[in-house]
Design a protein around this ligand. Structure first.
Ligand code: F6R
Length: 240
């Protein structure tokens, strides 16, 4: 696990974008694994700038980590909406190259299986960006004794519902279920970039970077087992 420490969120976003840009420059058909949440927004802004300056997205393919169950694509808190708002509407990526798990299907379990198959058929994600939950979750793989391998349906924990309530009118509007890539789906990416920003992530960051241990109760700590992980962490999350 390679660790890059940055002074602040802005430099974290620039460093993360640099790595993404490098991959797309080397392979214009790169398969990108994307995340929602506030952490990657700065990196997406940098990618939009790079696109304006000539970086071509017309052949890339994207796969997002997760989606709430029960929200349609055009709900303004769906991850589909978020990704269009923060990235896809501003770069020249064809709509048919964009993939997000389906949150409002009749049969979510079936949709999860289909998504996992699509991911496999894509030939594998070249670079996957991840944020981290305050409780150490990655995608919606919540702390637990056992973790799922493939894309699946999960119940969100109280801590995640509380953390995500800031985006909704009230906590009771936050969906309680999500469809998420599993740990195996995430680990099938060739390269993983974990972004950790802000003081509220310090406890999870401490466990991952200082304890020398791994546990399923901190899903992100299992990233120590992947051969190519870069963590970019800002000073607030890393501490002294
Ligand atoms: C989002 C996702 C989540 C977030 C995590 C951190 O697609 O998979 O695991 O990365 O909840 O969210 P922020 O960045 O808002 O702190």
């Amino acid at each position: 696990m390679k660790v890059i420490k940055t002074q602040n969120y802005e430099t974290l976003s620039k460093e993360a974008a640099k790595i993404f840009i490098e991959i797309i420059k080397k392979n214009d058909k790169a398969v990108l694994g994307l995340a929602t949440g506030s952490t990657p927004v700065g990196m997406y802004k940098e990618l939009i700038e790079a696109n304006k300056n000539g970086l071509d997205f017309s052949k890339v393919t994207t796969f997002n980590l997760d989606e709430y169950i029960g929200l349609s694509k055009d709900h303004d808190q769906s991850y589909d909406y978020f990704m269009h708002d923060n990235l896809f509407n501003h770069v020249n990526i064809p709509e048919e190259n964009i993939h997000l798990p389906k949150g409002d299907g009749e049969n979510p379990e079936e949709d999860a299986k289909k998504y996992e198959n699509m991911l496999k058929e894509s030939g594998g994600v070249d670079i996957q960006v991840l944020g981290i939950g305050v409780n150490g979750h990655i995608a919606f793989n919540e702390p637990a004794e056992e973790l799922k391998v493939e894309t699946n349906i999960v119940n969100l924990t109280e801590s995640t519902i509380e953390a995500n309530a800031r985006f909704f009118n009230s906590e009771k509007d936050v969906p309680t279920k999500a469809i998420t890539m599993g740990m195996g789906s995430i680990f099938s990416a060739k390269k993983i970039l974990l972004l950790i920003s802000g003081e509220n992530k310090k406890e999870a960051a401490d466990y991952i970077l200082r304890s020398g241990k791994i546990k399923t109760e901190c899903p992100a700590s299992l990233l120590h087992l992947h051969p190519d992980v870069t963590v970019i962490i800002d000073k607030e999350a890393f501490g002294e």
